[in-house]
Design a protein around this ligand. Sequence first.
Ligand SMILES: Cc1cc2nc3c(=O)[nH]c(=O)nc-3n(C[C@H](O)[C@H](O)[C@H](O)COP(=O)(O)OP(=O)(O)OC[C@H]3O[C@@H](n4cnc5c(N)ncnc54)[C@H](O)[C@@H]3O)c2cc1C
Length: 303
Amino acid sequence: MYPRPFDYLVPSTKEEALDILAERGDEVKILAGGQSLIPMMKLRFASPATLVDINRLPNLNAIEIQNGHVRIQALARHADVVRSEVVKAENAAIASAAPWIADPLVRNLGTLCGSVAHHDPEGDWASVMLAVGAEVVAESRERSVQSHPGSDAQHVGGTRVIPIEDFLVDMFATALHPTELLTEVRIPRYARGGGDYQKLERKIGDYATVGVATHLELDDAGVITRAGIALTSVYYRNLKVPEAEAVLVGNAPSEGLFAEAAQIAKAACDPTDDVRGSAAYKRDIVRVFVERGLANSLAKAQG
Ligand SMILES: Cc1cc2nc3c(=O)[nH]c(=O)nc-3n(C[C@H](O)[C@H](O)[C@H](O)COP(=O)(O)OP(=O)(O)OC[C@H]3O[C@@H](n4cnc5c(N)ncnc54)[C@H](O)[C@@H]3O)c2cc1C
C-alpha cells in the first residue's frame, strides 16, 4: 500500500525544524532513519499530514563524552553505535546490544534515538536505556503563550531532560510533546562497571523473542553499587525490573545472588504464547538470560 499524501519538509537547521514543530505540532511526524515510520505509513497505521525530515540537520550525529555522560545524538545510526570507539570504551551494555539491532541495511539508516522515540515494546534500545539509566533530551522552540485573552503570558519550551523511565510512558507512547524534537540520549559514565545484552531471535535481523539488558557497577571493594535489568518482548512494553535490581545493590556478586535476581525477573515478566514460543518457554529464557547477562556484566566490570 502507498502512504496517504503528506507535506514533506526538509529543514536545514535545528531552529528551522523547531519552528515547524511549534507551528504545526500535532500534524507532524519527524523522519529520522524511516525504518519504523515508513512501514507504519505504508500500512496506514500512521498518516501524518506533514513529514519533517531531520536528516540534513548539521551537528546532530555525534557519539561523544560530555559532562560526565556519553551522549548519542538524534542522527547517530545504529551502525555508528556499532562502530563507535567511545561506546566500546564507555558502556558495555550498549556495545553488546548494537550488533543485535535488525540487519546491516536497517542499521545503516535507523537511529537509536528514533527507536527510543518510537517505543515499540519489541525494540531493543529502550531496554538497554532502562538498564543503563539513560536520560532523554527534548528541545522545543521557546515562546510565550496566553491560555486565554487577557491572561498572563507563560513561557514554554526550551530544553527538557527526562529520565528514561518517565520518558517511556506506554507502548508506542512517550513523554515527548508534539512540538519537541528528541535531540540526544545521555548515559551516565561509570568508573568500574560492565553490561551485556542477551537476545534470542528466530533468524538474523529479527525482533527479539526475548531480550535482556543487564548493567552492573562495582565499588573498589567489589560490592555492587548500581544494577540495571530490563527485558524486551516479554511484557506489553519494555520492562525494567527494580525488585531484581534491588537484591543486587549493596551485595557482593555471587552466582546465588544472580540466580535470585533472575527468578524475580522471570516472575515479573508476562510474555504471550505465539509462533516464537510458549509463554513458559520465554519466561525460562528470561531467567537464563538474566543469570548469563549478569555473569557477563560482572566479568566485564572486573576486567
Ligand atoms: C526489517 C526491520 C528489522 C528491524 N529489527 C529491529 C530489531 O531487531 N531491533 C530493534 O530494536 N529495532 C528493529 N527495527 C526497527 C529499527 O531499529 C528502527 O530503526 C527504529 O525503531 C526507529 O529508528 P528510525 O531512525 O528508523 O526512526 P523513524 O522510523 O524515522 O521514526 C520512528 C518514530 O520515531 C519518531 N522519531 C524519530 N526520531 C525522532 C527524533 N529525533 N525526535 C522525535 N521523534 C523522533 C518518528 O516521528 C516516528 O514516530 C527493525 C526495522 C526493520 C525495518
